[in-house]
Design a protein around this ligand. Structure first.
Ligand SMILES: [Zn+2]
Length: 442
């Protein structure tokens, strides 16, 4: 390479170096100034002091420095939240409520959130993002007016109430102890709610309450004075023989690989899996139509003898030793082996699968949280999603799951809580306790 050539090379290399440096500089400059993204939920445009806002801040390349939130109304501005970060986090989530002490009145307010990153040029406003949310401040709780409903319920039975709410709601239903039964708005605009009086609740503890939360988070409650009629439940002894365990436990052994003996598997199935299934029923209970799909009394398996009742207190014995105690939460009906099982009423199939202790199980939704359950089926002829008519055969009785002999375990559920099916076979009970309150809503 001659002198001239080497000069050109050095010059070109220098230009390239400068270009690379400029490129890197531009790249760093863009990265440094990249603003974080913000999301604020709920997205609703009404709020109260009870609204739990969740602010999610995500930085892109440069860590977070600070954020602040302010609320303004009619020219008055209050800074109510400030955070400064020293560890330059790339993400931050903040849950907050609006300030009570600032004495804002009902009406329009403006919520502003401003976030800064550790951008080198933050003093000229780089790496800054803000979010402005125009809200209507609503501090008036909804008003509840009970229209009609039951005056008494049976322990372990069902009840129904209809009521009116003065404004749109985010959550509405009846709380009974730990259980919450959603209410469903009917064509009339009124809400209709089925609820249970749990079999294991003392009648003196039965204090159902309507709970309503509006879109802004204001809550109202109203206690219902409904008399709970105590019921005596039967005591029953169940012997668990070895041939039952040897026959039944292989279907569950893969779920409890650490257990060696069929008896140990059984103890866990009867207790843990039963409990787990009860929890899953609560979720299935929410998969419901918001209008009644059924009419008239529910069908009972034809020509069947009752073998066990709802609420039976069962002590389980193995070789004379008590190994467990559980409550039977359906009715056992025995007919001929593999007897065809009719749908108890019109509805929509929300489960048709092998389901824990229930074996092959079909659950039909009848709307408003009311569902019927058919278990230990030998086989089923319907699939999840199918619409069925009252009396339509949905499967055959059998011994799948924890069934000792061929029978149908029939259950009724209210928002996933098991209740006595007997009431639902009784036309008079339905008329007096449900239709009287429901028909006026249609
Ligand atoms: Zn049963």
């Amino acid at each position: 390479m001659d002198k001239k050539g080497s000069g050109t090379f050095v010059r070109n290399a220098l230009i390239l170096l400068i270009l690379v440096a400029i490129g890197l500089g531009v790249f760093a400059f863009i990265r440094d100034g990249s603003p974080p993204t913000l999301s604020l939920t709920p997205e609703s445009n009404v709020a109260s002091f009870n609204t739990d806002f969740t602010l999610k801040i995500t930085a892109k390349h440069i860590g977070l420095k600070s954020f602040s939130a302010s609320l303004s109304q009619d020219g008055k501005r209050v800074d109510f939240l400030q955070r400064t970060f020293t560890d330059k986090p790339m993400e931050h989530t903040e849950v907050f409520r609006l300030p009570r002490d600032a004495a804002f009145k009902e009406g329009p307010v403006e919520l502003t959130v401003v976030v800064h990153t550790h951008s080198l040029l933050s003093f000229i406003g780089r790496g800054k993002t803000s979010l402005v949310r125009k809200l209507t401040f609503d501090l008036t709780p909804p008003r509840i007016t009970v229209n009609q409903g039951v005056h008494n319920v049976n322990q372990g039975g069902s009840g129904a109430v209809s009521f009116t709410v003065s404004k749109p709601v985010a959550r509405v239903g009846i709380a009974v102890g730990e259980d919450f039964f959603p209410a469903y708005q009917q064509k009339s605009g009124d809400y209709f709610c089925f609820f249970a009086m749990p079999y294991d609740m003392l009648p003196s503890d039965f204090k159902p309450r309507i709970i309503v939360r509006d879109l802004a988070g204001n809550e109202a409650t109203q206690t219902l004075y409904i008399y709970a009629i105590p019921k005596d439940f039967k005591f029953d002894k169940i012997n668990v023989p070895d041939n039952f365990l040897n026959d039944k436990m292989p279907q569950y052994s893969s779920q409890y690989p650490q257990e060696q003996s069929p008896l140990d598997i059984y103890k866990r199935v009867n207790r843990e899996l039963r409990k787990q299934n009860v929890g899953e029923l609560r979720r299935v209970g929410l998969d419901t139509a918001n209008v009644p799909l059924w009419s008239g009394p529910f069908l009972r398996l034809p020509n069947a003898a009752g073998r066990a009742g709802f609420g039976d207190q069962r002590d389980y014995f193995y070789n004379g030793m008590k190994i467990d105690n559980e409550t039977h939460l359906g009715v056992d009906l025995a007919s001929l082996a593999h007897a065809p099982v009719p749908a108890a009423n019109d509805g929509h199939v929300v489960m048709a699968e092998f389901f824990g202790i229930y074996g092959n199980c079909v659950i039909i939704d009848h709307g408003l949280g009311l569902q019927s359950l058919y278990s230990h089926l030998d086989s089923f002829d319907v699939a999840k999603g199918a619409d069925v008519k009252k009396g339509q055969f949905i499967g055959k009785t059998g011994t799948t799951g924890l069934a000792g002999g061929d029978h149908l375990h029939f259950g009724i559920l209210i928002s996933g809580v098991q209740v006595s099916p007997v009431e639902w076979w009784d036309e008079h009970w339905i008329k007096d306790n449900v239709l009287k309150h429901l028909n006026k809503q249609q």
